[in-house]
Structure formats: structure tokens, C-alpha cells
Ligand binder design. Structure first.
Ligand code: RNT
Ligand code: ZN
Length: 418
């Protein structure tokens, strides 16, 4: 592609003190962790057909869903080839692979993820990991780590402990830390008479999981994810935002904020500067709620831009991990990955092109019309020229040129799946 427009764009940004070359370099280096669960509509491959639960659901029946873990990896590799910058892959425990039959979650070991590790190494990417507390018969009545039955709680505690060992093994294999995200679906559909005891039990179960001091916490980076509600847990969620804010802060764990886990019109960007006053690290689950936690494919919208602008304006890139969490079964799933991840990378680039220091200087000087004017002006700067240069630098298709590759992959590979 002819990118004559880049030098002009570069000049325009430079006039405001923004170095586009530096922004491109930096934007390419920030890892984005692709969730493995978009490829198969969040079903997993434990061979326990029809087990759902957990209050999350992909809707749609577009052909081409990955039918095996190999197909998940194939789709991820294809997607990654069309996405600029450093990608990682975020694996859930229910994407384990067994040589001699089903192994339940309280017995999982690093060897059940060996193929993922080998594959990641071949691709030159890092892996992140998640214990899976949903889509399992022992999660069917809506409680796991906060369950009233100690036997069920202990089963899940053991799963959590094993997940940390697996994350540590991944870190060893890849030479970079593995981000480990804990999310439990625990909650109730309707009014509960006791909101206290399940929270007490949830905290105790986590404490039991994290009490394993053999885990090297420079390799396994623990995060805990909050939620407002789920399908079937509309009234009460044990692990609410407040629960985890306090838990993460008092236990020195990272806090995961999913963009879809708040009230319908509540956005997360304004929370970042507050949480990072105390939290060690934030893990973002970049997602797009529509009316509820619908996990739509991420697009380059204001919510996304505002999140990254906040990080940029607070110079907090080192305290934030970027991971994706969406699942749409109604469109080509490789397309979903590429749209959502490219949008996220665009959000990062957009923020890195922000004239933050000028805006902040205006603010200090009380020149607030200038501040607002510049914020407005930057919305119509020649961003696409810089984005296309970033794609060209990363040797991936610019603009919408990746669509031809998606279509070829659909015709050659996805269409052969039923
Ligand atoms: C659910 C959480 C959680 C899951 C994944 C599959 O509401 O967002 O992150 O989407 O762990
Ligand atoms: Zn999430």
C-alpha cells in the first residue's frame, strides 16, 4: 500500500509535540492477550457435553466453530497473523488436553497444557492462564469457592492451586510471567437472606489457594475479577466489585476489571486512577457490553479510547495488563478476533498519540478552552495514516485488506467444519 500520507500525518502530530514514530514503536510493544474462548463459543473440550452454567453465553450459530483444541489454535494463529504488535494467548483450564481420558479440574497438571506451551513457543508468544470455575457439574447450583458444602469448596480450592502451578510452568516455558485470572460465577438469582457468609467463605477459599508459598509469585501473577451480575445470578454476586477491590488490596493481588461487569451505563475509565492509588496492578478485560454483559466484539469506540487515554495520561502502562474477553458466535470467529484485537491495538495507539503533556499544561495554567479545543482537534487528526504505518511496520495488512485473508481462510478451512 502506498503510504504517502504518513509523512504528512507525522508533521501534523509533530506540530503538537507528538512523536508518531515513537508512539508506533510503543504501541506495537504492549502485549494484548487474546482469549482462546472466542474460537469455540466458550464451550471447551473436556468431553462433558452440554454442561453449561456460569452465567455467560455466546449467542449465534455462524458456521466454522472450532471443534477441537487444535482448531482453536489454528484459528488463533491465523488471527494473530493479521494483528499487529505483540500478541499473547489467554488459555482457560477447560481447554486442557488429555492423553488418557478425562481428568477433572482438581487433578489438572502442567502436562495437560504442554501442547499449548509448545505451540506458543513455536509461534514466539507468551501464554496467560485462567482456572475455570464454570461449565462444570460442581458449579451447577451457582456456587463454587463460596459453596456452603466444604467438599465442593475444597474441590475448587484444589483447582485454584493447580492453576497456579500450571501458570508457573507456563512462565518457565516462555521466560515471561504468566498472568493468572480468577473469576468465579458464584451468586444467586433472587434475594438472599445472608449476603455475608458466602463472602466470608469466598475470601477464605482464596486465602487457602494463595497460601501455597511454593508458587513463585514473580512468575505466576494472580488477579481476581469482579462482576455485577450474570445470567442466573441477577440479584446477588458474591464476588462483586467491592468484594474484590477490598480483597485485592488487602491480599496484595492484582484486580481485574472487565468493561462489561458494571451497571449498563457505567464505564471503567474513571476508576483506573482511583484503583491504582492502592492496587498493585490492574488487568483489563477489554469487552463491549450492550445493555448487559453481552461480550460483543470490541470496537474502536469512546469507551475503549477513554480507558487507554486514562492509562496514558496517568503514565500507568506498567501497571496494566491488557487482555480480551468477548465471544460472538454470530459472525466469522477469526473476523471477531481480528476486529476486536485490532480495535484494541488502535485504542492503545490512539492514546499514545494524545498530546497529554500539552493538555495537562493548559489545565495547570487554567487555559481550559485551549484544553477542550485540543481534545476536540485530536479526534479528527489523520489517525488512520499512523495506524496504517503501524500495520506496515508489523508486516500485517493495512486498512481493511485483512478481510481478503479472512475470506480465503473461511473458504479453505472454516467451511469444511460443520
Ligand atoms: C465472566 C468473566 C470471565 C469470563 C472468562 C471466560 O463474566 O468475564 O472473564 O468471560 O473467564
Ligand atoms: Zn472477563
Amino acid at each position: 500500500m502506498n503510504d504517502n500520507s504518513y509523512p504528512l500525518a507525522k508533521e501534523q502530530y509533530a506540530a503538537f509535540g507528538v512523536d508518531t514514530d515513537a508512539a508506533i514503536e510503543r504501541a506495537l510493544a504492549i502485549p494484548i492477550s487474546l482469549h482462546c474462548w472466542q474460537a469455540d463459543d466458550n464451550i471447551g473440550f473436556e468431553g462433558q457435553d452440554g454442561v453449561s452454567g456460569g452465567g455467560i453465553m455466546a449467542t449465534g450459530n455462524y458456521p466454522g466453530r472450532a471443534r477441537t483444541v487444535d482448531e482453536v489454535r489454528q484459528d488463533l494463529a491465523k488471527s494473530i497473523s493479521l494483528i499487529p504488535g505483540v500478541s499473547r494467548v489467554n488459555v482457560h483450564a477447560y481447554y486442557a488436553e488429555f492423553e488418557d481420558g478425562f481428568v477433572d479440574r482438581d487433578r489438572l497438571e502442567p502436562k495437560h497444557f504442554r501442547k499449548w506451551m509448545d505451540w506458543a513457543q513455536q509461534l514466539g508468544i507468551g501464554l496467560d492462564f485462567n482456572p475455570s470455575f464454570h461449565a462444570h457439574p460442581k458449579a451447577d447450583d451457582g456456587f463454587t469457592l463460596s459453596h456452603a458444602d466444604a467438599a465442593i469448596r475444597n474441590f475448587w480450592i484444589e483447582h485454584g492451586k493447580r492453576a497456579r502451578k500450571i501458570a508457573e510452568a507456563m512462565a518457565d516455558a516462555q521466560g515471561t510471567p504468566c498472568n493468572l485470572n480468577f473469576w468465579v460465577p458464584d451468586g444467586a438469582k433472587d434475594l438472599v437472606a445472608d449476603r455475608w457468609t458466602p463472602r466470608q467463605r469466598l475470601a477464605e477459599s482464596y486465602d487457602a489457594i494463595f497460601a501455597d508459598t511454593t508458587i513463585d509469585e514473580s512468575k505466576c501473577l494472580d488477579f481476581v475479577e469482579s462482576k455485577l451480575f450474570g445470567i442466573g445470578s441477577e440479584e446477588y454476586v458474591v464476588g462483586s466489585h467491592d468484594f474484590y477491590t477490598v480483597y485485592a488490596l488487602t491480599r496484595n493481588k492484582g484486580l481485574t476489571m472487565d468493561m462489561g461487569h458494571y451497571h449498563p451505563t457505567e464505564t471503567i475509565h474513571d476508576k483506573i486512577s482511583c484503583q491504582l492509588m492502592g492496587q498493585q496492578k490492574l488487568l483489563l478485560h477489554v469487552s463491549r457490553p450492550i445493555r448487559w454483559d453481552s461480550d460483543h466484539v470490541v470496537i474502536f469506540n469512546d469507551d475503549l479510547k477513554n480507558v487507554f487515554l486514562e492509562i496514558q495520561r496517568g503514565n500507568a502502562w506498567d501497571n496494566v495488563v491488557v487482555a480480551l474477553d468477548f465471544f460472538d458466535a454470530s459472525i466469522n470467529r477469526v473476523g471477531a478476533y481480528v476486529i476486536g484485537t485490532r480495535a484494541t491495538r488502535k485504542g492503545i495507539l490512539y492514546a499514545l498519540l494524545d498530546p497529554s503533556s500539552t493538555l495537562q499544561a493548559y489545565e495547570t495554567e487554567g487555559r481550559n478552552a485551549q484544553r477542550l479545543a485540543l481534545m476536540e482537534e485530536f479526534k479528527s487528526m489523520p489517525f488512520s495514516a499512523v495506524w496504517n504505518r503501524l500495520c506496515a511496520k508489523a508486516s500485517v495488512p493495512t486498512g481493511a485488506n485483512w478481510l481478503a485473508e479472512m475470506e480465503a481462510y473461511e473458504a479453505g478451512t472454516l467451511s469444511a467444519r460443520d
